[in-house]
Write a protein that binds this ligand. Structure first.
Ligand code: SAM
Length: 192
């Protein structure tokens, strides 16, 4: 039983692209109420359900409260875009590194499409900074966005640090919504 129907979007993405592997460390951004984290816990075996497989790590972050879940460590009342949160993640992650960053984050919708689009893109761009601090070379990022004029900019930035970037519209995502996901793989740390 999942906490939210959004679980089916991640299941669909993961069934098709095998982003989450047993033993992986995953950071789930905008995790409340916790459905994506439920999927991640199953797929990376972070509750140790299958003793034959390596045991992964799932850390969920949200501004809101996230009810406890076996196999996950939650940072409720935390802002993903806050550098203090990044520092905490470095401490919590094994070797300070994640294999996968998931983001189903969304701002409270104002109803003004352009403005909501822009806000969410800014949040997605902050994930690129987070990746620079915690994502393993070769790692992956799945992030939700709302379609609009700034998508090219986000896609360009992702393409500069990931070997492959594709756009996904899961069947479980409402056809009439502008919601899309980027799946970015093969992370390489930028040279500075
Ligand atoms: N993936 C979740 C699940 O399956 O249960 C649903 C996520 S919901 C669509 C989006 C979440 O993003 C909200 O709970 C919201 O509080 C959170 N959020 C928005 N901005 C955030 C931020 N800056 N830091 C952390 N969480 C944020």
């Amino acid at each position: 039983n999942f906490r939210c129907r959004s679980a089916f979007k991640l299941l669909e993405i993961d069934d098709k692209f095998r982003v989450l592997q047993p033993g992986d460390s995953v950071v789930d951004c905008g995790a409340a109420p916790g459905a994506w984290s439920q999927v991640a816990v199953q797929r990376v075996n972070s509750a140790g359900t299958d003793p034959e497989l390596r045991r992964g790590t799932v850390i969920g972050i949200d501004l809101l409260n996230i009810p406890p879940l076996e196999g996950a460590h939650f940072l409720s009342s935390h802002d993903v875009t806050d550098p203090a949160t990044h520092a905490k993640l470095l401490e919590l992650l094994p070797n300070g590194q994640a294999h996968v960053i998931l983001s189903d984050m969304a701002p409270n919708a104002s109803g003004f499409r352009e403005m909501d689009h822009e806000k969410l893109i800014v949040m997605c761009l902050s994930l690129i900074d987070l990746a620079e601090r915690i994502l393993k070379p070769g790692g992956s990022l799945v992030c939700k966005y709302w379609d609009g004029i700034l998508v090219q900019k986000l896609q360009g930035k992702l393409s500069s640090v990931f070997g492959s970037v594709r756009t996904l519209k899961p069947n479980a995502s409402r056809k009439d919504s502008s919601e899309r996901y980027f799946l970015a793989r093969m992370y390489r740390k930028p040279v500075r």
